[in-house]
Write a protein that binds this ligand. Structure first.
Ligand code: NAD
Length: 301
C-alpha cells in the first residue's frame, strides 16, 4: 500500500500525516479548512478537493475528525467518502465518536461494498508526534491486518477489541476512568493541602498504597511533583479539558442507551464543563485541580 487518503488535518491529523510520510507512504489530504490543508501540504502531503475525491484516489482512507456529526458528514454527506469510494475500499476512522455512529456508518459503507474500521487513539499530541499512539480497533480482523502497516506508522500499540464500534467503546471506557480518577486525585490533594500535608509526601504514601493511578504517576495535577506532567507547564495540554468533557459526555450517553446507571462519570463531566466555562477548556484536563479551590475561610460551614 502506497497512497493514503487522510481527511481531517487538525491538531492530531497533522503529526499523524507527518509520520505516514516519514514511513515512506504518500498522503493525499483533505480538510474543510484551507489553512489546515495548507499545513498538510507544507508537511509534504498532496491536497485533494473533497472527501469523495480522497476516497476515490487513495488506496486506504483515514479520517481524524472532531465529532460524530463530522464523521457522519464526511462519510455520508454530499461529496463524502461513500460517494467516491469504489467497492472494496478500506476506511479507518480514528476520531473519538459515539459507537452507534461508527456502526451506522459501517452499515452504510457495507451496503456499497466499502470496508470500515473504527480505530480511536489514546496518547494525545505528544504521542501523535512520536508515532506511539495506542490504537483501539473495532471491525473485521482481516481488515485490521491489511491496515496494520499503515497504523504502525502512527501508533505502537494496536489492539483489536472486537466488532465495529468496540474500538470506540474501549476509548470511552478508558477516558471515563482517566477523567474520574483525575477529579478524585485533585479532590484528595486539595484536602491534604487544606490540612497542611506536603503533597510530595502524600504522593510517596499513595504510590505505595491502593489509591495510586496513572493520573498521579504520569499527569499529577499538583505542580512540582512529576516533571513531565502538564501541571508543570501551566497546564498546557496534553489532553484538553474540552476533549475530556466531550469523551465523558459520549460515555454517559452510551450508558444511557444501555439503560445502565452511571453516577461518578456524569459528576465528573459536569465538573469539566464548569471548568471549561471558567476558562480552562483549552488547558490540560488536570487543570481541574486549580478549579477545585476551597471557598473563603469566612464562608459558613
Ligand atoms: P481538530 O479540531 O484539531 O482537527 C479536526 C480537523 O477536522 C479540523 O482541521 C477540521 O477542520 C477538520 N474537519 C472537520 N469536519 C470535516 C469534514 N467534514 N471534512 C474534512 N475535514 C473536516 O481535532 P483533533 O484535536 O485533531 O482531534 C481529532 C479527533 O481525535 C477527535 O475526535 C478527538 O476527540 C480525538 N483525539 C484528540 C486528541 C487530542 O489531544 N487532540 C487525543 C486523542 C483523541
Amino acid at each position: 500500500m502506497k497512497r493514503i487518503g487522510f481527511i481531517g488535518a487538525g491538531t492530531m491529523g497533522i503529526p499523524m500525516i507527518s509520520n505516514l510520510l516519514k514511513a515512506g507512504l504518500s498522503v493525499l489530504a483533505y480538510d474543510v479548512r484551507p489553512e489546515a490543508l495548507e499545513e498538510a501540504r507544507r508537511r509534504g502531503a498532496a491536497a485533494g478537493g473533497s472527501s469523495a475525491e480522497i476516497a476515490r484516489d487513495s488506496e486506504l482512507v483515514v479520517t481524524m475528525l472532531p465529532s460524530s456529526s463530522d464523521v457522519d458528514a464526511a462519510y455520508l454527506g454530499p461529496k463524502g467518502v461513500l460517494e467516491g469510494a469504489p467497492a472494496g475500499r478500506l476506511c479507518v476512522d480514528m476520531s473519538t465518536i459515539d459507537p452507534g455512529t461508527s456502526r451506522r456508518v459501517a452499515e452504510r459503507a457495507k451496503a456499497k461494498g466499502v470496508r470500515f474500521l473504527d480505530a480511536p487513539v489514546s496518547g494525545a499530541v505528544p504521542r501523535a508526534i512520536e508515532g506511539t499512539l495506542t490504537i483501539m480497533v473495532g471491525g473485521d480482523s482481516k481488515d485490521l491486518e491489511e491496515a496494520r502497516p499503515v497504523l504502525s506508522a502512527m501508533g505502537s500499540n494496536i489492539i483489536h477489541v472486537g466488532p465495529v464500534g468496540s474500538g470506540e467503546v474501549a476509548k470511552l471506557c478508558n477516558n471515563l476512568i482517566a477523567g474520574v480518577a483525575t477529579v478524585a486525585v485533585s479532590e484528595a490533594f486539595r484536602l491534604a493541602e487544606g490540612f497542611g500535608v506536603d503533597p510530595k509526601v502524600l504522593t510517596e504514601v499513595i504510590a505505595k498504597s491502593s489509591g495510586f493511578t496513572w493520573a498521579m504517576e504520569h499527569n499529577h495535577p499538583v505542580p512540582g511533583i512529576v516533571a513531565k506532567a502538564a501541571s508543570n507547564r501551566d497546564y498546557a495540554p496534553g489532553f484538553m479539558t474540552d476533549l475530556m468533557a466531550k469523551d465523558l459526555g459520549l460515555a454517559v450517553n452510551a450508558a444511557r442507551e444501555l439503560r445502565q446507571p452511571v453516577f461518578v462519570a456524569p459528576a465528573a463531566l459536569e465538573l469539566y464543563r464548569l471548568a471549561s466555562s471558567h476558562g480552562l477548556g483549552r488547558k490540560d484536563f488536570s487543570s481541574v485541580y486549580t478549579f477545585l479551590k476551597p471557598s473563603s475561610s469566612q464562608a459558613p460551614v
